[in-house]
Design a binder for this molecule. Structure first.
Ligand code: SIN
Length: 311
């Protein structure tokens, strides 16, 4: 007897993948998140043969992603992953904060089934949208035996959440990993894997249950020519419990910024060093006084610090 098609649940959150042309927008010429999950599925004839369920979790431009939406999304993903009949979950999302949401779900859920985020650089109403192929790829990979963990499916490749960066403002080749290539590529419907599926220790939904307004404030500051640390003092005065500093090069900090961060640490603020460079890790420095972000981008380090401070 033939085994049934794997059941994949699609959770829509908005983004350009669900965007349609509109005059009432900013410079983009389209409104992100205008289409629901059913419309996205209907636009991909090749999905007709797949066993799918869908749900709209949000309909936002991901520049507006917030804690409440993350909480709702994590709860819906956990719900569907726990259903024995579900093979995997696909999340449609905007590209702009994709790396933050992917890392957040990876740290909170580290699921034993595939949870794949996908997106598009061109809206659904474009002449040649990239969303339909990305969605089809994500559904195909979600139903692949052995698939597991949170990853991003984009441009024919599977990317680990950890260290992922959006690297281009306009081109469809918009993502890259901190220090290496994708986990796998989908070629002619066949997955060619280079590295293992993502794994991790889940922090659990309990970690993220607090009301959004009570989440610790974590800000990002930058080292740059002339950085004098005043923004650090302002962030501490505004109640920051954590600070990510995107340093120059390998996370290096100018003297005045370093002094301001030392004052912040003295006041009990937790500080993490990342880099403003596009690629490469930030390793602990001698003395290990300030936590290093490793291969996390500054925005992912911010997620990490916020989750740590929620403990
Ligand atoms: C968004 O992030 O929601 C808008 C931009 C995009 O999806 O590419």
């Amino acid at each position: 007897m033939q085994s049934p098609m794997p059941l994949v649940v699609i959770l829509a959150t908005g983004g350009t993948i669900a965007g349609v042309a509109s005059e009432s927008t900013d410079t983009t010429g389209y409104r992100a998140g205008a289409l629901g999950a059913d419309a996205l599925i209907a636009a991909v004839p090749a999905l007709a043969g797949h066993r799918l369920e869908s749900e709209s979790v949000a309909a936002i431009d991901s520049k507006d992603m917030d804690i409440a939406t993350w909480q709702r999304l994590a709860e819906r993903v956990a719900h569907h992953v726990a259903r024995p009949e579900v093979a995997g979950v696909v999340i449609t999302h905007g590209t702009d904060t994709l790396e933050e949401t992917a890392y957040f779900l990876h740290r909170v859920l580290a699921p034993s089934k595939p949870v794949l985020l996908t997106a598009a650089m061109r809206p659904a109403s474009a002449l040649s949208p990239d969303g339909p192929a990305n969605l089809l790829d994500a559904v195909t990979i979600a139903g692949t035996p052995g698939a597991r963990g949170v990853a991003v499916v984009f441009g024919g490749a599977l990317w680990a959440a950890v260290g992922l960066r959006k690297i281009h403002t306009l081109q469809t080749a918009a993502f890259a990993a901190s220090d290496c290539g994708p986990l796998a590529r989908l070629e002619g419907g066949v997955l060619r894997a280079f590295r293992a599926w993502p794994e991790g220790e889940p922090l659990g939904l309990g970690r993220i249950g607090a009301a959004p307004e009570s989440w610790p404030r974590v800000e990002i500051v930058l080292n740059h020519a002339g950085a004098d640390g005043r923004l650090v003092d302002a962030a501490v005065a505004a109640g920051a419990a954590g600070l990510v500093v995107a340093g120059t090069g390998h996370g290096s900090l100018g003297e005045r910024l370093e002094a301001a961060l030392a004052r912040a640490r003295g006041a009990g603020v937790r500080v993490m060093r990342a880099s403003r460079c596009a690629f490469g890790p930030v390793l602990p420095r001698d003395g290990g006084d300030v936590e290093a972000a490793g291969e996390l981008s500054a925005v992912q380090a911010r997620v990490e610090l916020q989750l740590a401070l929620l403990a």
